[in-house]
Design a binder for this molecule. Structure first.
Ligand code: SF4
Length: 67
């Protein structure tokens, strides 16, 4: 079964929370106001919204790799 690892470069994230509102199963905002993945590995279901979040992130700091 395919699975993916999601990473956010928090040095680049501007904390606008677009990813967390678009894909709350995968992203959450931490205490510093930066996005972080809620899960280490994602499988089929949330991958579409995670990809969409990576596309719309204004600073392109979301990385998705197949594992
Ligand atoms: S969309 Fe990008 S910049 Fe905005 S909170 Fe998510 S990771 Fe950070």
């Amino acid at each position: 079964m395919p699975q993916w690892k999601v990473r956010v470069d928090q040095d680049v994230c501007i904390g606008d929370a677009i990813c967390a509102s678009l894909c709350p199963d995968v992203f959450e905002m931490n205490d510093e106001g930066k996005s972080q993945p809620k899960v280490d590995i994602i499988r089929e279901d949330p991958i579409d919204c995670a990809r969409e979040a990576a596309e719309v992130c204004p600073v392109s700091c979301i990385y998705i790799e197949e594992t």
